[in-house]
Ligand binder design. Structure first.
Ligand code: G6P
Length: 426
């Protein structure tokens, strides 16, 4: 399902020489003995997930899908990126599914919030408000605005049928509000942090609302869970990727560019950035996670990658089989000189662009390339991919020597902002 090619990664060391260290970290993850060990619930989630809750998610989604045109997913960071990544990667950017998914609660931009409010005014909508802490300001402000809109439009009772809350089992303002209002509520497990939560209700409910098969997604994750439960660096590709990136870091590369060749994978990259950036960017350490979509960005960033300063390596995330393809037509006049491609598919061109670019960057530009290929981006493939990256991230960050599961630095701006806003207690 996933293959890893490190032959163009220009690694100066042999991964095999870290066999013992990797086996130790493997035990640390499995036996929950490392830093942040109370946030390892994602490791066995594909097997241990709450089956009844998943059933309720499917039933709630099926009912709401009959009723509404739009679902507002109200959340930020780990509380929306995974769902958005899945929905766009699988359904595309201009989906013909009957429910349109719109993301709010991820910004203080008044322009954006206003525009969404106008856009949904005459549409039938539901809201899934998602926050593990239940106190995130961006999410709370948007939720207050759209909840009011919903209650005005449908009345208290109608709004109750259209609002679903995903939050902590017991704690937080959102939990209290959801209980008081009587909303259907799903749980973010205590032992799973936001950036590892896409396969909990945080991701699964919106994904089910987009008409995607969440059982298949969990099945993909489960198969990956079995596959990557292997202490051996020689055979575990998740660990090989995790360690390879740290060896590149050690060799002086401080940025990783996650490259896809599909516009609809842009939010997979955004999800990946939070996963890696928030997990390892602490104690003045870590690799800057960056991303690009090729060939689009080859026309803007391509020059820098080819000939600019050698700060980055690329991780090419390739999907072997596109969901859709098109044939390039023949033209009798051939004024654009494209007839040499007539009859070929657009994806054929995309794949040759990928091959040619890897060759140019690696062999002429001297940029290390890690190549990760996924067979197919469907629900199963997405679940499989999520688990691959989560496991390689845990290995990679423990290998670096920091706690992969906290994010203390994120609070600094919040404190300043709260003080400026006059929030009580700041
Ligand atoms: O789910 P929430 O508690 O609202 O948190 C949403 C996001 O915001 C925080 O600031 C954290 O840095 C993220 O890790 C988290 O995913």
């Amino acid at each position: 399902m996933i293959t890893l090619d490190l032959s163009k990664a220009k690694l100066a060391e042999d991964l095999g020489s870290y066999k013992e260290k990797v086996a130790e970290i493997h035990d640390m993850i499995r036996n929950k003995t490392g830093a942040g060990n109370d946030f390892l619930g994602w490791v066995e989630l594909p097997e241990n997930y709450d089956k009844e809750e998943v059933q309720l998610m499917k039933e709630t989604a099926a009912k709401l899908r009959e009723k509404v045109d739009v679902l507002l997913v109200c959340g930020i960071g780990g509380s929306y990126l995974g769902a958005r990544a899945a929905i766009e990667a699988i359904n595309g950017l201009y989906s013909d599914d009957k429910v349109e998914i719109i993301y709010v609660g991820n910004t203080f931009s008044s322009n954006y919030i206003h525009q969404v409010a106008k856009y949904i005014e005459d549409k039938d909508f539901a809201i899934n408000v998602i926050s593990k802490s239940g106190t995130t300001t961006e999410t709370s402000i948007s939720f207050r605005i759209f909840k009011e809109m919903c209650e005005k439009k449908y009345g208290k009772e109608g709004a109750r049928e259209r609002i679903v809350a995903t939050t902590d089992r017991e704690k937080g303002a959102l939990k209290k509000l959801a209980t008081d209002e009587g909303y259907v509520t799903f749980v973010v497990p205590d032992d799973i942090g936001g950036r590892y939560s896409v396969l909990t209700a945080v991701g699964l409910f919106p994904i089910a609302m987009a008409g995607i098969d969440i059982d298949e997604m969990l099945k993909g994750a489960k198969d990956a869970m079995v596959k990557y439960n292997d202490a051996n660096i020689e055979t575990n590709d998740a660990y090989r990727y995790g360690v390879a990136r740290q060896l590149l870091n050690k060799a002086g590369y401080s940025a990783e560019m996650f490259v896809t060749y599909e516009l609809q994978l842009n939010n997979v990259a955004e999800w990946w950035k939070q996963l890696y950036g928030e997990s390892e960017g602490k104690e003045n350490k870590g690799i800057l996670p960056h991303s690009a979509v090729f060939s689009t960005d080859l026309h803007s960033l391509g020059q820098f990658i080819q000939e600019g300063s050698k700060v980055l390596y690329e991780t090419i995330f390739e999907v072997k089989n596109p969901q859709n393809d098109m044939i390039i037509p023949s033209d009798p006049d051939d004024l654009d000189g494209l007839n040499y491609l007539a009859g070929k598919s657009v994806d054929y061109v995309n794949k040759r662009a990928c091959e040619g670019t890897i060759d140019a960057h690696v062999n002429t530009g001297n940029v290390p390339n890690i190549i990760i290929s996924l067979d197919k981006m469907d629900a199963y493939g997405f679940g499989y991919m999520v688990y691959f990256f989560e496991m390689s991230c845990a290995m990679s960050v423990y290998f670096l020597g920091v706690n992969p599961f906290n994010q203390p630095g994120v609070e600094v701006y919040k404190k300043n902002m709260f003080k400026l806003l006059g929030k009580p207690g700041y």
